[in-house]
Design a protein around this ligand. Structure first.
Ligand code: ZN
Length: 242
């Protein structure tokens, strides 16, 4: 088995297509989408269609959830996020919204758990950025490894004799006697200073997890954001990866 695990596409079709093209050459047996298919960029409807066609295992992100309702409470979302959500909501069909509505908050696939944000109250969308949140998450984790997205920051948390974090790591063999939370980064809006699309490959047999960084047509995605009347900052952010 070889898993490809990706998250936080955020309506960036160029990044999604580049990642899927890379996945084609990776002998992948299972595909997992960890949510936030929509929001921010210019192609929410197209990205939902691509994911639906993949028939991959998918779970719900907070931006997906915000597009299900016609008038959700957008408190806590900044202006950029609100504009992206309003745009997504306007461009998604009823059927596509129903698809997003059916996505679960988390899922288990024999020995692995998948969640968008954090297993501690998944519907609260906690950002696991420090040991404090990682500890809350591990309290709920019953499998040896789990995978998440949400922060757009690729990182591995290890729960052994003590908690450890591995930001910036590109490849890791998971120890048999420890537990892991792996944030697979973001396909469509990386925020770790590397503007290439990010996703992960995990091979249960060798226990090796690997981050992959894929260049894509950033300028094309930026032009579409501007043409759609979305905030220019959303376009600038793709290049800056912050
Ligand atoms: Zn996101």
């Amino acid at each position: 088995m070889r898993f490809a695990i990706f998250s936080d596409i955020h309506s960036n079709l160029e990044a999604l297509e580049a990642v899927l093209k890379d996945i084609k050459g990776q002998r992948i047996t299972h595909l997992f989408c960890l949510g936030d298919i929509v929001g921010y960029a210019a192609n929410p409807s197209e990205c939902v269609e691509v994911i639906r066609d993949l028939e991959c295992y998918a779970i719900r992100g907070n931006h997906d959830e915000m597009c299900i309702e016609d008038h959700p409470d957008m408190e806590g979302y900044n202006d950029m996020a609100r504009k992206g959500l309003e745009y997504s909501r306007k461009h998604l069909s009823r059927e596509q919204k129903n698809y997003l509505r059916d996505l679960p908050y988390s899922g288990m696939f024999p020995e692995y758990t998948f969640v968008h944000s954090c297993l501690h109250h998944p519907q609260s969308w906690i950002y696991v950025l420090s040991y404090r949140e990682a500890a809350l998450h591990f309290k709920e984790q019953t499998t040896a490894a789990s995978f998440c997205g949400h922060t757009h920051f690729p990182i591995i948390f290890e729960d052994g004799d003590k908690l450890r974090a591995y930001p910036g790591i590109t490849r890791m063999e998971l120890a048999k006697d420890k537990r892991y939370l792996i944030n697979v980064g973001s396909v469509g809006q990386p925020r770790d200073g590397d503007n290439r699309a990010c996703y992960g490959i995990y091979e249960p047999e060798s226990r090796i997890f690997e981050f992959r960084r894929i260049p894509y047509e950033i300028e094309k995605a930026q032009r579409k954001i501007i043409a759609a009347g979305l905030p220019e900052l959303l376009a600038a952010r793709l290049k800056a990866a912050m």
